[in-house]
Design a protein around this ligand. Structure first.
Ligand SMILES: Nc1ncnc2c1ncn2[C@@H]1O[C@H](COP(=O)(O)OP(=O)(O)OP(=O)(O)O)[C@@H](O)[C@H]1O
Ligand SMILES: [Zn+2]
Length: 759
């Protein structure tokens, strides 16, 4: 049965019935009716997760409705219901239905993304809890003849109150046997208890003194506060320059929602990259364990299981999370905050390919609450919505304490001598990657004991490894891209599929055995900096060096404590970091971003520049920024030089309107994928005709084109880009067609609504 069966229906959790319509948990949407046995009638509700018989086996699914009359006679009975915390609320079902409909995805897949099966199946954890038995005084304990160690342990537990055995042993330096002994003496009890896993448990709570808001902050907060009190959908775009204190506006707003007895949701692009914000939320609101919940896909299934229960039952009042937290089952939601709303990490790369910022706005509308989107360089989509009056624009024009924005200097690399082709192993005395201007400024800042950040848009050592004799370039065996040379592991790696191979001993195309390392990455910049400033302490920050759990917070702390002078990194160093001693930011390399085959390439480069520049001069000394480029007149660079967001937005919006790109229209990207190039191209061409016919009048399309990276993870890809102003309808037609599409086993089709990735 197709999905349109339940489109537009009201999900009401107060409904009951003797026939349940169940959406099976499978790849494609399939609805079946089951009889509800007498014993389950009281517990069953819309959104319940159930086990049902299917042919000779059992499967699982979600109760979607209680039809008055079953679709067929002689129904089979459903067999069991999952525990109540794992029933989805009507609000979430509606949201899921919208996501599935808009993003052209199966509803079953969307529900599985909201509440993944391993999370649901994980068990609550039980641990040993130690507690003092009542009625004992010190004098009485003395008479029992306890050893001094036993007595000390008992006294300590009395101060602490009931404690988990493992932690008690660790914090008091005792072994479990001492506690067993105290149990034997009848002084303490040891019992098993349910223990919720709180991923934030160990962060220090306790709010300090709140800063006095700047005028702009106060204005913005007042607007949000009024909206929270008034109840009702109201979307805000908080556009605040770097260092203007957006976080404080978020925190005050969350506090306001809580004080109104509501809960709040704070979305961040990537949890691992924003430890500073998570810590702030926890220290402001985590006055009891579990009040702030964390939600992202890197938590274990057990942790997510417990967090889900905490959120559903109302123990957690604030949820901080990445993309998928937009579906967190908070009750009485009063506010949603989306930090760095322009970030592409909010877009999910697999089915359902939703954009969490847009789902957040949709959820806020359904719940009738305010949503606060914040950024120092808003996406043009959001900015256009603000210009059109759909979002209310709140501006923070100046940095806190009236600190000036940094001075941006452009270093034009065009007239420089050609870079020497640095042969691997040979040292390059002139250090071609750092211009004399940037080196001079670095030297100056180091002498003043200030700190610097250098941004490079690629990790690794060199972009390409090329045979010095025949010119052959080492490519990934699975993708049509060159491998990146990583010196740290002496290997070559594909940044798209993760393939890795050792540094070659010989060229595969000729007898040669010498290679040129072309282009640069973070590792090479670290090498250049260390050569130029042997006494400086340099820290590399990219997804390679920060791969270990806890590495990033440790590194941030070390840099904050000035154990390093220079931080070299990828976009990781551009986001949300606040280091008052940083007075110099060097953009070593950014040109690559300017020329991506993507209509957003200028916007991305501009955002990156503005963000990274914003790390400079956040303390008492004014900052400077050096941007090295071969395209000094590119608008992204020129507008960034003057911190002119509006100027950039205006001219880029003009370009988008002239060429029919978002936000002037919406895009639908269809991608055919197959192991066979020929099959893929043919399928794309034949199906594109059918799609164009069905979408006639709803969407307009260009040609079938090979994807910019034709082969990815072993699959060849062809694309069709369609433009539409009626996405909901177009998406519905496409969904119906994909559901009935005769399945060609070798050719997959992906439908990406509002795509952000075109490679
Ligand atoms: N009203 C205030 N008075 C003094 N300091 C403040 C005030 N508001 C915020 N701050 C401090 O200013 C610093 C910068 O704030 P914050 O990191 O929120 O800026 P931001 O707008 O998020 O910048 P970015 O976009 O660059 O990340 C923080 O250390 C914050 O504690
Ligand atoms: Zn690859």
């Amino acid at each position: 049965m197709a999905s349109q069966l339940f489109e537009g229906q009201e999900f009401r959790s107060d409904q009951r019935g003797s026939v349940a319509r169940v959406l099976l948990e499978r790849k494609r949407d399939c609805l079946l009716d089951y009889a509800v046995p007498e014993r389950l009638v009281k517990q069953i509700e819309v959104g319940a997760h159930v086990r049902v018989p299917l042919r000779r086996a059992e499967t699982t699914g979600w109760v979607i409705s209680f039809p008055a009359r079953p679709a067929v006679e002689g129904l089979r009975e459903l067999s069991a219901i999952s525990s109540e915390p794992f029933h989805l609320s009507a609000t979430l079902l509606h949201l899921a239905e919208w996501v599935a409909g808009y993003y052209c995805a199966p509803l079953a897949a969307t529900l599985a993304c909201i509440l993944p099966a391993p999370v649901r199946r994980a068990r609550t954890q039980e641990q040993l809890l130690v507690a003092c038995l009542p009625g004992w005084e010190e004098a009485a304990v003395d008479r029992l003849g306890c050893s001094p160690r036993e007595k000390r342990a008992w006294a300590r537990l009395r101060e602490l109150g009931p404690s988990w055995l493992t932690e008690l042993c660790a914090s008091t330096g005792t072994g479990p046997q001492i506690w067993k002994k105290l149990v034997e003496r009848g002084l303490v009890e040891l019992r098993k208890a349910q223990r919720a896993r709180h991923p934030l448990g160990s962060l220090p709570p306790g709010p300090g003194e709140l800063p006095v808001l700047t005028e702009d902050q106060a204005g913005a907060f007042e607007a949000v506060r009024t909206a929270i009190r008034q109840n009702g959908f109201s979307p805000f775009l908080l556009f605040g320059v770097t260092g203007s204190g957006k976080t404080e506006v978020y925190l005050r707003s969350v506090g306001e929602a809580l004080s109104q007895g509501r809960s709040a949701l704070v979305l961040v692009p990537e949890i691992a990259l924003t430890p500073q914000l998570v810590e702030q939320v926890q220290s402001r609101f985590g006055d009891r364990p579990g009040k702030v919940a964390l939600w992202h896909s890197r938590l274990s299934a057990g942790e997510r299981h417990d967090q889900w229960r905490d959120i559903v039952c109302g123990r957690a009042r604030v949820v901080v999370g990445a993309r998928s937290a937009v579906f967190a089952p908070l009750r009485g939601l009063g506010l949603i905050v989306v930090d760095e709303e322009h970030e592409s990490a909010y877009k999910q790369g697999e089915t359902p390919r939703y954009h969490a910022r847009d789902v957040a706005v949709m959820r806020a509308r359904r719940e009738g609450i305010p949503v606060l989107l914040g950024s120092a360089c808003p996406s043009l989509e959001s900015y256009a919505n603000a210009l059109a009056g759909k979002y209310r624009l709140l501006e923070l024009r100046v940095r806190v304490e009236d600190r000036p924005l940094p001075l941006v200097r452009i270093v034009d690399l065009r007239r420089r001598a050609k870079k020497s082709r640095a042969v691997v192993g040979a040292s390059s005395p002139e250090r071609p990657w750092l211009s004399p201007e940037l080196q001079e400024e670095l030297a100056k800042r180091l002498a003043l004991r200030e700190q610097a950040i250098l941004y490079v848009n690629r990790r690794g050592y060199a972009r390409v490894l090329q045979c010095s004799d025949c010119g052959a370039v080492k490519e990934c065996p699975h993708c049509s891209v060159a491998l990146t040379y990583h010196r740290a592991g002496e290997n070559l790696r594909c940044h798209f599929c993760g393939h890795s191979e050792p540094f070659p001993t010989a060229c595969s195309a000729c007898p040669g055995g010498r290679f040129d390392a072309l282009g640069t990455g973070t590792e090479r910049i670290v090498e250049s900096v260390e050569a130029a400033f042997p006494s400086a302490k340099v820290l590399r920050m990219d997804s390679d060096s920060m791969a270990k759990k806890g590495a990033l917070p440790d590194a941030l702390r070390a840099f904050a404590e000035r154990r390093f002078d220079i931080l070299v990194g990828t976009q990781m160093v551009a986001k949300g970091l606040h280091f008052p001693r940083v007075t110099l930011v060097g953009v070593v390399q950014i040109d690559g971003l300017l020329h991506m085959p993507d209509f957003r390439s200028a916007e991305r480069a501009f955002q990156q520049l503005l963000q990274v520049a914003g790390r400079s001069g956040r303390g008492e000394t004014r900052g400077v920024v050096y941007v090295q480029t071969r395209c000094p007149v590119h608008p992204a660079i020129q507008f960034a030089r003057h911190h002119d967001y509006r100027g950039f937005a205006e001219q880029d919006l003009d370009f988008r309107t002239s060429f029919g790109y978002p936000p002037a229209t919406r895009l639908l990207l269809l991608i055919w994928k197959s192991r066979s190039d020929e099959l893929c191209r043919r399928a794309a061409e034949s199906e594109a005709g059918e799609i164009r016919r069905r979408l006639d009048g709803l969407a307009e399309g260009g040609e079938i084109l090979p994807a910019p990276i034709l082969r990815l993870q072993g699959a060849f890809r062809y694309q069709l880009l369609l433009k539409t102003n009626r996405m909901v309808e177009a998406s519905r037609v496409l969904k119906r067609w994909t559901e009935t599409r005769t399945r060609r086993t070798e050719v997959d089709l992906v439908v990406d609504v509002d795509p952000v990735e075109f490679l």
